[in-house]
Design a protein around this ligand. Structure first.
Ligand SMILES: Cc1cc2nc3c(=O)[nH]c(=O)nc-3n(C[C@H](O)[C@H](O)[C@H](O)COP(=O)(O)OP(=O)(O)OC[C@H]3O[C@@H](n4cnc5c(N)ncnc54)[C@H](O)[C@@H]3O)c2cc1C
Length: 385
């Protein structure tokens, strides 16, 4: 029986463990240093899913994952539970001024050629579809008509863990600090408490903290922790059919029940490892709120109910996931660096990682191979939110 050790029990590690145990009968151990997942990106995610990427590999991963999410109650059922993840599909809406119109059209052509269900809307069409939106400065919008929306990410994460455990996977609390090796094979993981775990294959799925484990195998994973703030807003305004809106200024918002969630790129330099408890309230007051009220005048009246921050596991090389075999090693793999779009890709990536580790083909993630770092072939994703 294939014996696999996965480092990191976030959604990527849990999904990989789940598919390995469920579909390939593998014996799986997941090493997780914090079973509360308090700082894991998977607990702090906006958990939205889109097809509007610039890279076909990302479109294909999200399409596969969307189909899986629609069937999740069956796919991840355990004897006492059929998981519910609250998937809704109001779409993403990318807005462009005259300056961004040509790019939006180019991406539209590319996405349509890949089968993405997306439509371009003129300002007049935007206004009639979303009467609450100010469109005076806009030249074009790109709306996902199906296959885009959001869901309860922590519920999906929990469902992967529970199904993995129901299929025999073990989750142990420990911090991996190094590896034992023989030639081009990893033979064990060493943990901070002195314990050691063996296996036939090893997976680094440690999210924003994966680089240290790559270093331990002499492979540089250019992944670091970049804080992103999310603001939870209360407003009497009602925005019927509101999609996840990406404004030309870079900020975004979407509804969550009666609330609105909003955020945007950080002000100033995007530094590594900023503390998660230091929310940049100035970002909201000085930049987001004025931009939000200009786009949706009804949002003049709002109150910040709360805010949270989480880390994007940012891949500085090309802002895309690194998924596949670690170059130089026969039995070491990684799934990390998804740069803010890992939650939605976790079903397809977990499924593909499990196939790869089991010795099968995994065409969906071929483009995400970490080998591209060595080859100097970046897979640049233009649409990083
Ligand atoms: C604010 C925010 C909004 C986001 N919005 C979206 C979105 O809308 N859509 C989307 O698809 N994605 C989104 N993301 C990204 C998504 O959440 C992540 O891509 C995804 O959760 C990454 O999962 P992961 O398992 O790789 O990492 P994590 O969830 O961080 O899990 C890694 C785990 O590894 C553990 N670990 C680390 N080092 C070790 C070690 N040495 N030993 C043992 N355990 C270790 C950690 O404790 C952690 O639990 C967002 C992220 C943030 C922060």
């Amino acid at each position: 029986m294939l014996d696999v050790t996965v480092i990191g029990g976030g959604v990527m590690g849990a999904a990989t463990a789940c598919f390995l145990a469920r579909d390939h009968g593998a014996s799986v151990t997941v090493i997780e240093r914090d079973p509360s997942y308090a700082r894991a990106s998977s607990s702090l995610s906006l958990s939205s899913i889109r097809q509007q990427f610039s890279q076909p590999v990302n479109m294909a991963l999200s399409r596969w994952s969307m189909d899986f999410l629609r069937r999740v109650a069956d796919e991840l059922a355990v004897p006492d539970d059929r998981p519910a993840i609250g998937l809704v599909e109001p779409g993403y809406l990318y807005l462009a001024t005259a300056a961004g119109k040509a790019t939006l059209r180019e991406l539209h052509e590319l996405q349509r050629a890949e089968g993405v269900d997306v439509a371009l809307l003129t300002p007049a069409e935007l206004s009639s579809r979303f009467p609450w939106m100010e469109v005076g400065d806009l030249a074009l919008g790109s709306l996902g008509l199906s296959g885009e929306g959001w869901f309860d990410g922590p519920a999906l994460h929990r469902a992967f863990r529970r199904r993995a455990q129901a299929c025999g996977a073990r989750f142990v609390t420990a911090e991996a600090v190094g590896f034992e090796t023989a030639g081009d094979r990893v033979t064990g993981v060493r943990c901070a408490d002195g314990s050691r775990l063996g296996g036939d294959a090893f997976v680094i799925a440690a999210g924003a903290w994966s680089a240290a484990l790559g270093d331990a195998l002499r492979f540089t994973l250019p992944v670091s922790a970049r804080k992103r703030d999310v603001f939870v807003l209360e407003t009497p305004a009602v925005l019927p059919d509101c999609p996840l809106v990406i404004d030309p200024s870079g900020f975004w918002f979407r509804t969550e029940g009666a609330l609105i969630l909003a955020g945007g790129p950080p002000r100033g330099e995007d530094l590594d490892d900023l503390p998660l408890d230091q929310i940049d309230h100035g970002l909201f007051d000085e930049m987001l709120w004025p931009a939000l009220a200009a786009r949706v005048p009804a949002l003049e009246a709002l109150r910040v109910r709360s805010a949270w921050a989480g880390y994007y596991e940012m891949n500085a090389f090309d802002h895309n996931g690194l998924a596949g075999r670690l170059p130089g090693w026969a039995n070491a793999f990684t799934a990390c660096g998804f740069s803010g779009h890992g939650m939605q890709q976790s079903p397809a990536v977990g499924h593909s990682m499990a196939r790869l580790i089991a010795g099968l083909d995994a065409p969906l993630i071929a483009g995400l191979t970490p080998r591209r770092l060595l080859d100097g072939r970046p897979l640049i994703e233009a649409n990083v939110i």
